[in-house]
Design a binder for this molecule. Structure first.
Ligand code: ADQ
Length: 465
């Protein structure tokens, strides 16, 4: 959520812009909705809820000590790296865990106070994995859904977590648990069985025995984007004018390569820059031939690993421009800031190649946004380890851990002829249009609305349940 002051200087709270908010619009105008969230600031006095036309926004306060332990510590120092294949070593700390429990309880109590009798609560992401069971203990009448935006790791990794049973029991408090990919749902089911917590086969598990036994749905619901909004950009005169201006400012290079990411060590920015450097050297290219724009959105700047990542990325950018650029013509244009929507759309328009090469990513919406913004050309180079690779399987798929493969993929993308670009892009656009953000939200909420004791549609046979 973000805090804004109105004309009279009073604070009002609004959900931060993004795919989730767009996806939820179709839901929030169907029924009265409360959005319970934290805006990322600490030590701010508790604010009153505020209402917009669609929703009531309920801010959750946090002290700086809680923020540091709950958000930087447990959520981003332990769970984030662990769930991303432990590509950085997770750090486990009991005090952080205590804060994680405290904040999850705060969210659960607030939700319990706001949800209507028999209503639904949709809990989002790895910060709030204990909340489903906590909320269930307070409000047995409500339906609880949980969606994880990031990968769910295989059992061998998850079992490293000192509080593994607590987290699993927290999640199993939900009626529907959604993941980005089928593999994540399988990992979760395998863990539930291995820890003796639940039985059954996907998509329905049974949790508990006898009287307390309960059935829950565990399934995949790939996150998506508001496709129409990105499609419209390719014919929007203002976006096209901004794209033209951008191309001119870059000096009209023959090819433009784009990377857009939160600055995060999971996104593979350094490896991508190295591949770009190698490709330029091998082919003796100049900034007139090819230019790269790398946008890095500031993220989790209070966490050491993120500060280090920023230093590494900026050092490589400096080295490449220092070695290979010319005065007035750097090879890499690097921005460390958030972009306005129109600026981002203009970048998607000028990019001949978009490189989306995370080491691990739950989905990656940038890949879908690029495709939705294009018409008949442009090449997407996409990591095999991004959830989006399942749907976008005619991108140039690449293993980002293999430096040579990255160079080859970039070289192939830059050399791809117009026919192949068109064939691939048309296929990718069909894939993105087939599953939008509102499909994602509707399917999840439709499943959540189904009563517990009725078999799910895919369990029914001709003979009945
Ligand atoms: P993120 O890791 O944040 O999300 P991603 O899916 O790429 O990653 O979404 C980033 C969003 O931020 C995109 O909508 C993009 O347009 C926007 N963005 C990126 N750079 C920007 C910039 N410089 N300025 C403004 N906006 C920018 C987590 C998971 C992902 C999963 C999403 C959604 O890690 O795997 O896809 O949630 O479920």
């Amino acid at each position: 959520m973000q805090r804004r002051l109105d004309d009279d200087g009073n604070a009002e709270w609004l959900p931060s812009p993004g795919g989730l908010v767009t996806a939820m619009e179709g839901v929030t105008n169907r029924q009265s909705t409360a959005w319970i969230g934290w805006d990322g600031t600490a030590d701010v006095p508790a604010e009153e809820p505020s209402s917009t036309d669609l929703i009531t926004v309920v801010p959750i306060p946090m002290t700086s000590t809680e923020c540091s332990a709950f958000y930087h510590g447990l959520s981003n120092g332990a769970l984030w790296p662990l769930y991303h294949d432990a590509i950085r070593r997770p750090s486990f700390n009991d005090e952080d865990w205590d804060a994680y429990r405290t904040i999850n309880r705060r969210f659960a109590e607030t939700a319990a106070a706001w949800v209507a009798p028999g209503g639904m609560v949709w809990v989002h992401d790895y910060h709030l994995q204990l909340m489903p069971a906590m909320l269930r203990a307070l409000r047995r009448d409500v339906r609880i859904g949980f969606f994880l935006h990031i990968p769910f790791p295989p059992p061998e990794l998850f079992l490293q977590l000192p509080w593994r049973e607590d987290v699993m029991k927290g999640l199993l408090g939900a009626d529907v648990i959604g993941f980005q990919e089928p593999a994540a749902a399988s990992n979760f089911a395998a863990l539930s069985r291995r820890l003796g917590l639940a039985q059954g086969d996907l998509p329905v598990l049974q949790y508990g025995d006898g009287y307390t036994a309960r059935r829950l749905r565990v399934d995949s619901y790939p996150a998506s984007i508001a496709v129409e909004a990105f499609e419209a950009a390719s014919t929007d005169p203002e976006v096209l004018a901004e794209a033209e201006e951008l191309r001119a400012r870059l000096g009209h290079p023959k090819k433009i390569v784009l990377g857009v990411d939160r600055l995060d060590y999971t996104k593979g920015i350094e490896a991508r820059l190295e591949a770009f450097r190698t490709m330029v050297v091998e082919q003796s290219l100049t900034a007139e031939d090819v230019t790269m724009i790398q946008v890095a959105v500031p993220s989790r700047e209070d966490v050491d690993l993120y500060r280090q990542e920023r230093e590494h990325v900026e050092r490589i950018v400096g080295e490449i421009n220092g070695q290979l650029g010319m005065v007035g013509a750097p090879l890499i244009h690097y921005l460390y800031r958030s972009l306005g929507r129109q600026e981002l759309l203009a970048m998607y328009q000028v990019a001949d190649v978009a490189m989306v090469t995370p080491f691990r990513d739950g989905m990656n919406l940038v890949a879908k946004e690029y495709v939705a913004s294009r018409r008949d050309d442009g090449v997407l180079v996409l990591s095999e380890f991004a959830g989006a690779a399942r749907e976008l399987d005619r991108a140039v798929l690449v293993n980002p851990f293999d430096g040579r493969a990255l160079v080859n993929a970039l070289t192939k993308a830059l050399a791809m002829n117009a026919d192949e670009q068109r064939d691939r892009m048309q296929y990718l656009r069909r894939a993105v249009k087939a599953w939008t953000a509102s499909d994602w939200a509707s399917r999840f909420l439709d499943d959540l609305a189904k009563p517990c004791d009725v078999p799910f549609a895919d369990e029914l046979t001709l003979e009945g349940p």
